[in-house]
Design a protein around this ligand. Structure first.
Ligand SMILES: [Zn+2]
Length: 292
């Protein structure tokens, strides 16, 4: 799954390349790519044709483009799934093998293509929250902002985190509390904060919770800076967890490798159908879990 920095790269690419352009023609080449459109592909096409795309927005890993003109009050949501890509392509470029949806624009310039090998992703036009200048789709309105969002409220988050009766990694992945922190960034932030993933949130002090948030923000900012090298690329794409940030990771994916702080071998533990990577010395198991 793409993490927040990768989705942000896509958002910036869309903001650069399609904002302000009017859709002339929509082609749905695979119905599965628009299966989230309740009234089907014809409805999807009708709602987009003739409308003007606004500036792409993001909340956590959710991405959308508010519509104006004939589409006012609605937004185009892009679900990238596991392998979805949004490409801005010259019309002369041959169709990609897994091209699912094509938007042509009235200016005759570069097309917007949704390419998805596994078709877990897709596009849909959805009603936006009434009066919301960002055009947030109704289905996304309950998702919390992410720590890189200027409107994220640190104090509210710290208080909500400490009030939750859960464990700290679960809380970091709880999209109603904070968004955009995936499995990788959660492990990295916990390592930096020297907190075990099963630490009960209620036992965190206010400074510990604030420090954890600061570490999560730092990790995501660093990842974004590295991913940002392709912002002006014509290819706006997402490659899941592959890559560019992996060499900078301190915990995630480093099983048996020495902790960069204390030299102890990093461990991997099964955790909610995923893995948690941690340093057993720097990130002690909470006392109530070890029988103490
Ligand atoms: Zn360590």
């Amino acid at each position: 799954m793409p993490e927040l920095p990768e989705v942000e790269v896509v958002r910036r690419g869309l903001a650069n390349w399609v904002a302000g352009r009017t859709v002339a023609d929509v082609q749905v080449l695979h119905p599965r790519a628009v299966r989230r459109q309740p009234a089907g592909a014809a409805d999807f096409t009708a709602r987009l044709t003739g409308t003007t795309l606004g500036t792409a927005q993001r909340r956590g890993k959710y991405l959308w483009v508010p519509l104006s003109g004939t589409g006012a009050g609605f937004s185009l949501i892009g679900h990238l799934g596991m392998s979805g890509q949004l490409l801005v392509q010259d019309p002369a470029v041959p169709d990609e093998t897994h091209l699912r949806v094509r938007l042509r624009f009235a200016d005759g310039g570069r097309e917007l293509r949704f390419v998805d090998q596994r078709t877990f992703g897709g596009l849909a036009v959805e009603e936006a929250e009434e009066g919301d200048p960002e055009g947030t789709p109704v289905s996304i309105a309950h998702i919390a902002r992410d720590p890189l969002d200027q409107r994220f409220d640190d104090g509210t988050f710290v208080a909500a985190l400490r009030a939750k009766r859960t464990t700290v990694k679960r809380a970091l992945l709880d999209q109603t509390l904070i968004s955009g922190v995936g499995n990788i960034y959660a492990d990295e932030a916990l390592w930096r904060a020297k907190l075990h993933y099963d630490r009960p949130t209620a036992t965190l002090t206010r400074p510990q919770a604030a420090a954890l948030l600061a570490h999560a923000r730092d990790v995501m900012t660093a990842a974004l800076a590295v991913g940002g090298t392709s912002f002006d690329s014509l290819y706006v794409n997402v490659n899941g967890e592959s890559g560019y940030f992996s060499r900078d990771l301190d915990a995630y994916g480093r099983e048996h490798e020495p902790c960069r702080r204390c030299g102890t071998a990093i461990r991997r533990a099964a955790w909610m159908n995923r893995s948690s990577y941690f340093c057993p010395r720097c990130q002690r198991v909470p006392r109530d879990r070890s029988g103490g």
